[in-house]
Design a protein around this ligand. Structure first.
Ligand code: C5P
Length: 232
């Protein structure tokens, strides 16, 4: 682990060139980086290696969801790449999560293994159509419980779910929270948002922050403002 910062900057760029232009302005001891499906599909593991060479912890946000053997192999590949955090879909089930956790257990320095519960893009109609008639929150709580029992280190969750998850899951269970907007930042397409300080106060461990930092004229100034808010 290279950083102790709770801030994970989402590298939502279509190319390595644009991503590195931003990364050059950031300091690896002050934040970590999230690499998602778009840029990973275009640039591959070399991008992750390059970010790690520059000293950054990488959260590989590929949300694996497949048969247990395949997901476990993908998690091992992520661990071999040296990433700090990787994630899977809890809807892949208990056996899939247990096999993934087991696959990483032999690594001396293994990535944090995080589950995605219900995507925040899913409304109640969408959940009914895939055979999940309960509310999103009820599904999130039960999938998070299953994730913890299956050896996951934590879940990705919306700020709206942090309080209930912090109350129902173990103290060491990591809550990774997007949907973060400092008061001075534009909301963009995010609806259910909290400020960085509110999210941490409610019990979030890591804040995934994209545009408030990546779209700022001076990304390090934006990061510093968030750090100040967290410190006060
Ligand atoms: O720019 P912004 O701060 O909205 O970026 C948030 C990041 O977190 C994006 O990479 C987005 O895909 C991700 N995310 C999210 N909401 C979720 C899960 C992931 O915004 N429920």
């Amino acid at each position: 682990m290279k950083s102790s910062s709770p801030i994970i900057v989402a590298l939502d760029f279509p190319s390595k060139k644009q991503a590195l232009e931003l990364v050059e302005k950031l300091e690896p001891n002050r934040c970590r980086l999230k690499v998602g499906k778009e840029i990973f599909t275009r640039e591959g593991p070399q991008l992750v290696e390059e970010l790690q060479k520059r000293g950054f912890d990488v959260f590989l946000d590929l949300k694996y969801h497949d048969i247990p053997n395949t997901v476990a192999a993908a998690c091992r590949a992520a661990a071999d790449l040296g990433v700090w955090m990787v994630n899977v879909h809890a809807l892949g089930g208990q056996k899939m999560m247990e096999t993934a956790a087991e696959a990483l257990s032999s690594y001396e320095q293994r990535p944090q293994l995080i589950a995605v519960t219900i995507l925040t893009s899913m409304g109640s109609e969408d959940l009914i159509k895939i055979g999940l008639p309960e509310s999103a929150e009820a599904n999130v709580l039960s999938l998070a419980k299953l994730a913890e029992q299956s050896g996951m280190d934590g879940v990705v969750c919306s700020p709206k779910e942090v309080t209930a998850l912090r109350a129902s899951r173990g103290a060491d269970f990591q809550l990774v929270t997007p949907g973060i907007r400092p008061e001075w930042a534009a909301k963009g397409d995010q609806n259910r948002i909290t400020t960085p300080a509110q999210a941490i106060e409610m019990g979030s461990n890591y804040l995934v922050i994209g545009r408030p930092i990546t779209g700022a004229d001076n990304p390090m100034d934006a990061l510093a403002k968030i750090e100040q808010e967290l410190a006060s």
